[in-house]
Write a protein that binds this ligand. Structure first.
Ligand code: F0G
Length: 405
């Protein structure tokens, strides 16, 4: 078990617990290389199912339940029973998108109401293992809230760097509630990342998604999803793209499952960005191999208001390996899709609604078959951004002010 540079021309390896966030030889991203499991695929599936009847905290977690595919050797894990998220069938949503077989895997139904918890349980467990006292991240809100909670559980100090005035008030409230130290950075998320990366060396333990331990936890979404589908591989997995950690993690998860013989093909992965924060979609459309950040990203889906996603190479690799693609959707499409997800009794935050918006367009343009088996990943809970809901739902001016009461 070790860290390896993703650049095939470098492929330098490092000790697993070396606390590295980039290759020290060429600066590229690192990933965790795990030995193949020694248990047969059918036995693994049975072990994982049997653990669902256990009260061991590792088995209650929808991440650690699949621990044959995780770094191991930890004496203490920091878990809040994350995962175990329903793959709920879309009804009005499916009809609206023109699909017959749509499910939403709702990662907003996690301890801090976002998918970040799935990665944070592993990253904060690793931070504890290496003796970190202070943990830090840059964030559009959700990573910060999740880190703040898991750090509090582990007795650590969380320091979060937020783009001033650009994150949902609900997420800021969570961060404060969990007792994190807030650093407001003038500018975008990308600038907050630059600031934290400058300060990171020798400082706090860093848990943005360039931390490969984060991705190990997040890849378990694919394990749980496939188990929920009886190990039948869906045709498509649709995922919102911001800093591109989640899509990278999903790609790693399905690749490992295929290599171990638990599935025989990969679902096609579709990454969806907001039109105003779409560097990977632009690159994909242009056919270029030259990645150009978006200088001033803009979208009301503030979670994915990111112009310079750090994990783009891993995400691109995942899309290419699966025969998928990258696209973007407009602000109007996001708002409309979000309202439809709400009306289906499911709800999600704006960034998550990019998935349904994309599906409606793809189905209208006959780029996706009506009968395709599709899983859309909802990344955050509706209550993560109540301002967005109130602004878009209460259009009547009289309904918006307190005077109406
Ligand atoms: N959806 C939500 C709700 C998010 O909070 C994020 C990212 C994404 C999608 C995109 O995921 O970055 O892995 O491609 N939020 C980060 C944050 C950037 O700081 O909370 P990604």
């Amino acid at each position: 078990m070790h860290l390896r540079c993703i650049n095939p021309d470098c492929a330098a390896t490092f000790e697993l617990h070396a606390c590295l966030m980039a290759c020290t030889k060429c600066g590229d991203l690192l990933e965790i290389i795990l030995p193949p499991p020694s248990i047969e695929p059918d036995d693994l599936k049975r072990v994982w199912r049997d653990r669902k009847c256990s009260y061991d905290p590792r088995d209650i977690s929808g991440v650690w339940r699949f621990r044959e595919f995780l770094p191991n050797g930890y004496t203490e894990i920091v878990t809040m029973g994350e995962g175990n998220n329903a793959a709920v069938v879309g009804r009005k949503t499916a009809e609206w998108a023109g699909l017959r077989n749509l499910r939403f895997k709702h990662l907003g139904w996690n301890p801090t109401s976002c998918f970040k918890d799935l990665g944070m349980t592993v990253a904060v467990t690793e931070a504890l293992f290496v003796g970190a006292r202070v943990v830090a991240c840059a964030s559009t809100g959700n990573t910060a809230a999740s880190l703040a909670a898991y750090a509090a559980r582990a007795g650590m100090t969380a320091k979060v760097y937020l783009p001033a005035g650009c994150i949902s008030i609900n997420k800021l409230a969570q961060v404060l509630d969990f007792g994190a130290e807030v650093v407001q950075v003038e500018g975008s998320f990308d600038m907050a990342m630059d600031v934290i990366l400058r300060e990171a060396s020798g400082g706090p333990y860093f848990v943005n998604s360039i931390n490969p331990f984060r991705l190990e936890g997040q890849k378990m979404v694919m394990f749980e999803m496939l188990e929920q589908l009886g190990w039948l591989v869906p045709d498509y997995v649709i995922v919102p793209g911001g800093n591109l950690g989640n899509s990278s993690a999903f790609g790693k998860g399905v690749a490992e499952l295929r290599a171990a013989g638990l599935i025989d093909r990969l679902p096609r992965m579709v990454i969806v960005q907001a039109e105003g924060a779409n560097p990977l979609a632009r690159m994909w459309r242009s056919g270029s191999t030259d990645f150009q950040p978006v200088e001033a990203p803009e979208t009301a889906a503030t979670a994915i208001r990111i112009g310079n996603p750090r994990s783009w190479k891993k995400a691109l690799r995942a899309v290419q390996q699966s025969g998928g693609f990258v696209m973007d959707v407009t602000e109007e499409e996001i708002a409309e899709a979000k309202a439809v997800i709400g009306r289906d009794g499911i709800g999600c935050e704006p960034a998550s609604a990019t998935t349904l918006a994309a599906l409606r367009r793809l189905s209208a343009q006959r780029m996706i078959d009506r009968d395709a088996v599709v899983v859309a990943i909802l990344t955050g809970h509706a209550l993560k951004d109540t301002d967005f809901i109130l602004k878009s739902q209460l259009r009547e001016p009289a309904m918006q002010g307190k005077s109406h009461a």
